[in-house]
Design a protein around this ligand. Structure first.
Ligand SMILES: Nc1nc2c(ncn2[C@@H]2O[C@H](COP(=O)(O)OP(=O)(O)OP(=O)(O)O)[C@@H](O)[C@H]2O)c(=O)[nH]1
Ligand SMILES: [Mg+2]
Length: 343
């Protein structure tokens, strides 16, 4: 799981990456790209940690990658480094622009390039398959001949593949192409300090179905550089409860259709990241292969039931809120789980 940060040159990509991950990117001279993990801000996790006061806390992490490539080779480097990314964060310069129209055109500029890049891939593939005699077509060639022409039409209309209504099966058969515009995308407007409403106006004008998140990267970078005490005072003085980069991390996380379950104890409180819809044995397998192989039962307390039971598993059990779930149980976001297994 990884999220690539894209955007026109000097839009604030590295600044955003640095405040989210705490990893320095702009000083990494000569590196084509830098990877970093952002901590997923989660009140539920913080509460669990405050109850158990464990030796070790392991919150969920969201992996981001920032690409530093410049010049003529930048596009190839970007394609290579981000081909495996599961999602994209598109950062748009909203600090040097004064009009929404400028922000819109910056947004369209990169989106159009991505669409064009995908269109070229589709056309090349169609030209190649077109030369194969019908009798020699592999099942994959046939699948591509069936899907790609409609995708070509879609891209030619200037639309991204993510809005082409592809079935899961079709999307899977297209995986090897690493299309840009098939990846889920979050729009981040890097606004000037005084213009935080820009993101909402932009989202409306651009006709986005998803909201765009506004953040002033420079300001947040300055805040992040303050000592923790001053940071709190500063945020309080500005009437901000949480820096906006936390919202970016959260939105990027849900973009990937992921969720967390928790394991708790005095040694460690940990958030485990799994795809939405994961069944209990697979979820157990993220902890250890043996847990999946020898899965017997999952002892589950939902986060809400835990809090309603004075934040105690024992009290939850007494209240009949501890469930014993089997192999078919689909793990729910926030479940607190102990797995029973036997190998
Ligand atoms: N005024 C203002 N300047 C910003 C903001 N965010 C970034 N900058 C400045 O814009 C310049 C580019 O920032 P970066 O974060 O390096 O942008 P980038 O997109 O990574 O740039 P490249 O990797 O070179 O394409 C730097 O000089 C930043 O200080 C912002 O919110 N407000
Ligand atoms: Mg950069």
């Amino acid at each position: 799981m990884e999220i690539g940060i894209i955007g026109l040159p000097q839009s604030g990509k590295s600044t955003l990456f640095e405040i989210m991950t705490g990893v320095n990117s702009r000083d990494a001279h000569g590196e084509s790209h830098v990877r970093g993990l952002a901590t997923f801000p989660d009140e539920r996790f913080d509460h669990l940690a405050s109850i158990y006061k464990p030796v070790k806390v392991s919150p969920a992490k969201v992996p981001f990658v920032d690409v530093n490539a410049q010049g003529e080779k930048a596009w190839d480097a970007l394609r290579q480094i981000l081909s495996g990314a599961d999602g994209l964060v598109h950062v748009i310069d909203g600090f040097s622009a004064t009009e929404v129209a400028e922000v819109l055109s910056a947004y369209r500029k990169l989106e159009d390039e991505l669409i064009l890049s995908d269109l070229i891939v589709v056309e090349n593939r169609l030209a190649k398959v077109g030369k194969i005699p019908p009798k020699s077509l592999s099942p994959q060639d046939q699948a591509h001949l069936k899907i790609l022409p409609s995708l070509k039409d879609h891209l030619e209309k200037g639309l991204p593949l993510r809005s082409a209504g592809l079935s899961l099966e079709d999307a899977f058969s297209l995986k090897s192409f690493s299309f840009w515009t098939i990846k889920p995308e979050l729009i981040v407007i890097n606004t000037g300090e005084t213009n935080l409403a820009l993101a909402d106006i932009f989202a409306k004008e651009a006709g986005l179905t998803e909201p765009a998140i506004g953040i002033c990267c420079q300001l947040e970078a300055d805040i992040a550089a303050l000592p923790p005490e001053e940071r709190k005072e500063y945020l309080a003085a500005m009437g901000i409860t949480e820096p906006a980069f936390g919202r970016v991390i959260r939105a990027a996380f849900s973009l990937l259709n992921r969720m967390c379950f928790f394991t708790v104890g005095e040694d460690e409180v940990k958030a485990w990241v799994i795809p939405v819809g994961t069944k209990a044995p697979k979820a157990a397998g993220t902890i250890h292969n043996d847990f999946e192989r020898g899965f017997i039962k999952a002892e589950v307390v939902s986060y809400a039931d835990f809090v309603a039971s004075k934040s105690s598993i024992a009290a939850a059990k007494q209240a009949g809120k501890l469930r014993l779930e089997g192999k078919e149980y689909v793990v729910q976001d926030g479940d607190i789980i102990t797995f029973r297994f036997n190998v």
